[in-house]
Design a binder for this molecule. Structure first.
Ligand SMILES: [Mn+2]
Length: 309
């Protein structure tokens, strides 16, 4: 079976998911996109057909087909990722040769063929904002002791730190997801909770539990990683694959002029989000669209003259 794409969203992240779907449509992807969600179906879903099990599906013109799957979990969605992917493979996406996950604050910038190639023979990943995490970094030294306590020896010396907002997993490497899920559980037990995306300070052993767990999983396995540097998500200039609007200033919430006056001009990811707001899913009403674009232009103008040093 062909590759499958999935994402997870709740609250106003459905606006980001709509832009993600539009960007995948623009890339030429015409397969299925599984949307795990909490709460009601997004208002932009065109005439969804509901099934008895609570799921719903709809098709966007000539594709892709969207399948909405309500998720019953109390933990933060970011910590739910590996379980969600494994459930897909065990159920509605059974037989898929590759599973791609995208955060709803990501848009694709390149043709689908380039994204599909990313996961050939290895786990597709992108390096994070701070991409260097040497094998003997004190953080990894702490992680190694943690792994030993759970009878998991380090099998591969990793030097880079990957972002967990996007990944592509070929079926031969599905065990990465199992290890990732188990480690999210172990870290949750250590931290006392899986309710939040961040925990403690940056030097805390597990500051970003789900992403740290993915990086730990890679230390314990000898799977090949097909990686792009931080430019792959527009964390650095020169990228051509994805754009990832990380942090709390989500582009669909606007406020660009105010942020620019505070020294935060609109990010490249914010600008790329607005490349994908029109179709096939209209993400905003025409009035809201106009106000957001005016705010974006004003923020960009201020940002040319004024930025935080
Ligand atoms: Mn994200």
């Amino acid at each position: 079976m062909d590759p499958i794409i999935c994402t997870l969203f709740e609250g106003d992240y459905h606006l980001g998911a709509a832009a993600l779907v539009n960007s995948l449509h623009a890339s030429g992807y015409r397969g299925r996109i599984f949307c795990g969600l909490r709460g009601p179906l997004p208002p932009w879903a065109p005439s969804p057909q509901r099934a008895a099990d609570g799921s719903a599906r709809c098709r966007l013109g000539d594709g892709p087909e969207l399948v909405f799957l309500p998720q019953e979990t109390g933990i933060h969605f970011t910590n739910h990722k590996p379980t969600f992917l494994l459930n897909l493979w065990a159920g509605p996406a059974a037989g898929a040769d590759t599973l791609f996950y995208f955060d709803p604050d990501i848009v694709a910038k390149c043709p689908w063929e380039s994204l599909a190639r990313w996961a050939e023979g290895g786990v597709a990943l992108c390096e994070d904002v701070n991409p260097s995490l040497p094998a003997r970094h004190p953080q990894r030294v702490g992680w190694t002791s943690f792994l030993a306590r759970h009878d998991l020896p380090v099998r591969t010396a990793r030097e880079r730190y990957y972002n967990a907002g996007f990944l592509g997993v070929p079926v031969e490497q599905r065990h990465v997801l199992e290890r990732w899920r188990d480690l999210v559980g172990h870290i949750g037990a250590d931290n006392g909770s899986l309710q939040s995306i961040k925990h403690g300070a940056a030097h805390t052993l597990f500051h970003t539990p789900d992403q740290d767990a993915l990086n730990l999983a890679l230390m314990t396995l000898d799977v090949p990683v097909n990686a792009i540097g931080p430019e792959g998500m527009d964390f650095a200039p020169g990228g051509s694959y994805l754009s990832h609007a990380i942090g709390t200033r989500k582009p669909w919430r606007g406020g660009f002029l105010r942020q620019a006056l505070q020294g935060f001009p609109p990010s490249l990811a914010a600008k790329n989000f607005f490349q994908h707001i029109d179709g096939p899913i209209p993400v905003f009403s025409s009035g809201r669209r106009r106000r957001l674009l005016a705010s974006l232009r004003a923020g960009a103008l201020v940002g040319r003259f004024y930025r935080r040093s």
